[in-house]
Design a protein around this ligand. Structure first.
Ligand code: AMP
Length: 457
């Protein structure tokens, strides 16, 4: 896979058609964002692309502009039921945003667009496809429904865009995605975007893309300037106590602020939210298994401060832009280092100060190494906290490697490379409270109050 090095610094210097440049001017887009500067020239050359970039980086324009450029240059009209460009997105909201971006950037280009998603009647969608469209933006489930009923034909797709693949996998769309890919013509230009590039995502991309250029937008750590970071070495069995301690301090602070707690698995987040609520810390879980409506409801309650603690997986926390988050807790360290930066960036927003506390148990020592390599610094250790494990700190320092995960086993292992299955990987996730029980068990005895003991059982 090629890694891209050249980039174009201005839109003016890009080989984009005049109507597109005019719109960019009117929108006051003077400088391409990093993903645009790298991806647009490659896409204009006809390359396939594997892009690692989140929403908010300008990635929509990075694919919409080259596609619109081609639609402008080659004005073939689509045939009935067919589309020239197919964009697949995980949710109706994202599909709607992408469609809106195409309309905005393509305001001066002659092209047609329609959207297909579930939860609404299919009749208007079927009608829109009768004459064929240039750009079809769809979510996987309803698209397959309409294909199966013979209303959509993907055999003439020139451009195929998969947006937010990590989220699609998290939402269980792998099979649907594969079915859709199998219906596309072999000769096409394919673009694949994901906020993270876990090994399962890269291997999926390899099956879909042809000699792709790779563009990675490493999250800017500078956003974290106002965020105080702390790292706690803590045995897994003690994590819940430490969390409760932090939440107690947070709720007693002068200005009570919101807290977001990150877990690695959906199941783990559910369990953790339940245990916290039982211990008197009102909390809600959001993750990919919850419907969009449930997530929005939980988020609204959180924003209003009705529920001060939100327990979330990375994917569900994407796009959580809440101003008053004073504390981010990495209950589980992420197995992809970029996620660390995204997570701690949930606090310290809009110029506010924030605190990000990360827990590292034995099975996460390797994740910590990856994170500190990425951010090129050592997260300050909190050795004064009651549950500090000198033993773990020493293991980290001396290069200890945790044992590999046993599939379906009882825990303590890592979990790297097993993403996408959600609950499959309960090891190392927030669901777990077993693990290094030695000092934790003794302490639990002396402090059996609250919800921690229930959580640990
Ligand atoms: P996206 O990551 O595609 O969702 O874009 C994030 C936001 O950035 C959207 O509101 C875009 O309108 C805006 N945007 C995208 N590219 C640029 C640019 N080059 N200059 C200024 N704003 C941009």
């Amino acid at each position: 896979m090629a890694t891209h090095t050249n980039m174009t610094d201005t839109f003016e210097a890009m080989a984009l058609a005049a109507p597109l440049k005019q719109v960019l001017n009117e929108l006051n887009y003077t400088t391409p964002s990093p993903v645009q500067a790298q991806a647009i020239p490659l896409l204009l050359e006809g390359r396939d692309l594997l892009g690692c970039a989140q929403t908010g980086t300008g990635k929509t324009a990075s694919f919409a502009l080259p596609i619109l450029n081609e639609l402008h240059t080659d004005q073939r009209r689509p045939r009935a039921k067919q589309c020239r460009c197919l964009v697949l997105a995980p949710t109706r909201e994202l599909a709607g945003q992408v469609a809106k971006s195409f309309s905005t950037y393509g305001e001066k280009v002659r092209f047609s667009l329609t959207t297909i998603w579930g939860g609404v009647g299919q009749r208007p969608q079927v009608n829109a496809m009768r004459q064929g469209v240039d750009v079809l933006v769809a979510t996987p489930g309803r698209l397959l429904d309409l294909i199966d009923q013979g209303y959509v034909d993907l055999s003439a797709v020139d451009f195929f865009v998969l947006d937010e693949v990590d989220r699609m996998l998290d939402m269980g769309f792998l099979r649907d995605m594969k079915r859709i890919v199998a219906l596309l013509p072999k000769k096409r230009q394919s673009l694949f975007f994901s906020a993270t590039l876990a090994p399962n995502i890269v291997s999926l991309a390899e099956n879909i893309l042809r000699d792709p250029a790779r563009v990675t937008i490493t999250p800017e750590v500078t956003t974290a300037e106002r965020i105080e970071q702390r790292l706690c070495f803590v045995d897994r069995g003690n994590k819940m106590y430490l969390l409760q301690e932090l939440l107690k301090k947070q709720s007693h602070a002068d200005e009570a602020k919101l807290t977001i707690v990150f877990g690695r698995t959906k199941h783990g987040c559910n369990k953790l939210a339940k245990a916290l609520s039982e211990a008197g810390f009102e909390s809600e879980a959001i993750h990919g298994n919850k419907s969009q409506a449930q997530r929005e409801k939980a988020l609204a309650k959180f924003k209003q401060g009705l529920v001060p603690v939100l327990v979330a997986t990375d994917v569900a926390a994407r796009g959580v832009d809440v101003k008053d988050i004073g504390l981010v807790v990495n209950f589980d360290l992420p197995n992809e280092p970029e996620a660390y930066v995204h997570r701690i960036g949930r606090t310290g927003r809009a110029g506010a100060d924030g605190l990000a506390v990360s827990f590292c148990a034995e099975d996460e020592i390797e994740f910590l190494r990856d994170i500190e390599k990425l951010i090129k610094s050592t997260i300050p250790r909190d050795t004064a906290q009651e549950w500090h494990s000198e033993n773990l700190q020493e293991k980290h320092r001396t290069g200890f490697k945790p044992p590999k995960v046993k599939q379906g086993g009882g825990g303590g292992g890592r979990g790297r490379g097993q993403q996408g299955g959600g609950n499959r990987r309960s090891q190392g996730g927030a669901s777990q409270s077993q693990g290094s029980r030695s000092s934790g068990a003794a302490r639990r005895k002396s402090r059996s109050g609250g919800g921690a003991s229930r959580y640990s059982s």
